[in-house]
Ligand binder design. Sequence first.
Ligand code: IPE
Ligand code: IPE
Ligand code: MG
Length: 246
Amino acid sequence: MSLKEKINPAKLPEHIAIIMDGNGRWAKQQGEQRIFGHENGVKSVRDTVEAAAEIGIKYLTMYAFSTENWNRPKEEVIALMQLLVYTINAETATLNKNSIRLQAIGDLKSLPPDCYNELQEAIENTKNNSRMTLVLALSYSSRWEIINAVKEIAQKVEDKTLSASEINEDTIAQHLCTANIPDPELMIRTSGEHRISNFLLWQLAYSELYFTDKLWPDFRKEDLFEAILDYQNRERRFGKTSEQLV
Ligand code: IPE
Ligand code: IPE
Ligand code: MG
């Protein structure tokens, strides 16, 4: 039986989030520049998106560029932005062919104009697709997102359209970039790093975390299937005892 066949379709995560890490180290291993790793990472994105759609995942969020990544060497940032523009442009037709809707979370206004425009165009061109939603986290960090949410909520309290005592989990969730997107049941990080790096801090509260040593450019469909199988073997207790779950 293939890994894919072993997956229980009744127990699929609805939303998978991925921290795509290890491009630089992958390139270095080949004696190449870091950008070579990013370029090869695009193949992994393509493969993973295809695999997720194939098995019926509804939301796939991919961390492509963090707020902190602006601090990288200027040449790398520029090269990454160019790669992004090029890739979004080149992949829109495939997204439409596979009925995949593109969305983005993060401080999108901070992206270079050509990148921002390309992104908005692709979001607009794919908005009626319904098989899966691909969410790109771009210039994203969770603390940035939470600060924005708090500011918006505080403004509503100041304007008296919301009372402080009414604020609950839903209020916060609805003011995050991921409003209307369910929390990920599974979060995958590649490259052997065991950290969250400012990604979806609120949304990952009860996610199952899966870490693999594979570097992102080596990540393929089978690796996604393996992560999902691992997830399906876990017991999600949400504070209860095992006995209460049966
Ligand atoms: C992930 O790979 C891609 C981005 C953060 C844009 P890295 O570029 O972080 O690769 P490593 O971690 O240095 O190997
Ligand atoms: C996290 O990777 C961000 C993305 C994958 C886009 P980094 O490689 O930037 O994370 P740290 O800084 O090593 O934690
Ligand atoms: Mg890294």
